[in-house]
Design a protein around this ligand. Sequence first.
Ligand SMILES: Nc1ncnc2c1ncn2[C@@H]1O[C@H](COP(=O)(O)OP(=O)(O)O)[C@@H](O)[C@H]1O
Ligand SMILES: [Mg+2]
Length: 232
Amino acid sequence: MPTIVFANSEGGVGKTTSALTIAQVLTRAGSTVSLLDADPNQPIKAWAARDPERLPASLDIVPDLGETSILDAIDEAAARSAFVLVDLEGSANLAMSYAIGRADLVIVPMRGSQLDADQTARVISLIRREEQAYRRVIPHAVLFTATSPVIRSRDLAHLQDAMAQNGVPVLPVELTERAAFRAMMQFGGTIYDLSRAEAHNPEAAIENAEAVAAAIIDTIKKNKETEDGRAA
Ligand SMILES: Nc1ncnc2c1ncn2[C@@H]1O[C@H](COP(=O)(O)OP(=O)(O)O)[C@@H](O)[C@H]1O
Ligand SMILES: [Mg+2]
């Protein structure tokens, strides 16, 4: 049911990697997942074609979506799957606006750089305008991606402070920089079935991906409780 949209008008910030990784964690945990590919470059479709044998059976990939088809695709997927995940192009377009309008949670992935922070600020203001337009709260959170698993950079700490000051929610867990996340995109298959030859230490990537997925589920749950409280 919940629709989780991965959006940032900047490319290369980890939208596809995080959407794909979270989809893998959720299907592994027994959920049905629809993963919607609304990027004209079709990175999810390409990933699925790389190794069809290793695709999880409960993962339903819906490719070739754009502004004219995204809303129907989200509604149809929400009726059949436990989770709907939407991967978008790295540009501010109508497909992105529509998907955000339908989201139960918008995840805004970004790397820890000032350049990404500027684009992220634009996406956050778009979300706030859509809240105004549709007269509804659109839960959202920034997900820092490709961060160092061992050191906390000063840039990152500074950006996290700035987000907090501006009231921008940030997920408490980051998607860390891991070779396994790159290998999964390169070879196809999931982080759970990477061989040792394909990636060093896939266990650490799996543990991190599961922690990020848990934080996302927890955020959806908390937002739902707040929403129910507001409606009561
Ligand atoms: N956590 C990560 N660890 C390692 N590589 C990553 C990570 N996140 C993204 N990448 C790499 O960075 C590049 C851009 O990521 P991608 O998910 O395609 O971004 P976007 O979808 O926002 O354009 C890809 O080559 C991807 O493999
Ligand atoms: Mg992408």
